[in-house]
Design a protein around this ligand. Sequence first.
Ligand code: FE2
Ligand code: FE2
Length: 282
Amino acid sequence: MNTLLLRADNLSKLSVKKHNVAFAHFDWPDSIPHDTWWQSPDLLTPALTDKLQNYNQQELMELSRWECINSFSLNYTGELELIQEVSRILDKVKLDEAREYLFHLIDEENQHMWYFRKFCLDYAGKVYPNKKFQLEKASLTPAQDHFLVFARILIFEEVGHYFNVQNARDDRVHPFIREINQEHYRDESRHIAYGRQVLEHLAADALAEEGSDRLLAAQLDKSIAINIGALYNPAAYRDAGLQKGMQIRDALLSDPARIDFHETKLLGNFKRLMERIGIPLS
Ligand SMILES: [Fe+2]
Ligand SMILES: [Fe+2]
């Protein structure tokens, strides 16, 4: 049995063993107080910058509420897209028996979508829409297309994973929100392990054509910019009562401390993997 197949087989067994049904798993509180941390204060978008001191604790707690809703909305809309994309290539991608795990992936993401959407609607009355602009259709070989599907999923999952780990760990965060982060973290650890193996497996075919490395790198650089940009939502700043959301977004996105945070904490693992595979990201 090759490594990918062995790994996928083990992950499938874990999914079956752990099969909790999220629909019945959580004990949903009636409400979550506003004057508490909905995300770790270390994860707020002004964290690590001198702009943090512009706000008092009450304003930061309110921001944590809307940035939590933003990140749960991104999980929901991203997982919806993930299920659509994995379903589109499910029968075509060259994974042999390791394809089996994709059924667990879709099953688990469907449950995550359900609880993230429910959380946003029950406690904030809204889900932020997905602002991802449609990427222009580059002409791709099937192998490049399939590689990009899994690479984009991995970018999305690595970013979300960092948030889950930090929130689950931070005892300042409301216990129910910590529990959701913890639960999502457990499933996502398996998805990320699988995704990394799949990319190594699909890389040779995806890179077979001359110039593929630069083509894939350009596509992935755009996906990274979209995933990072989505964390800085002007609508969330507005809902948190902060003025000039677009200006806040622009200032934070170009802050050197934030850029360093994106590169090391959020994207470090993904970028190292692409480097090893031979895709020159910027
Ligand atoms: Fe998920
Ligand atoms: Fe996932």
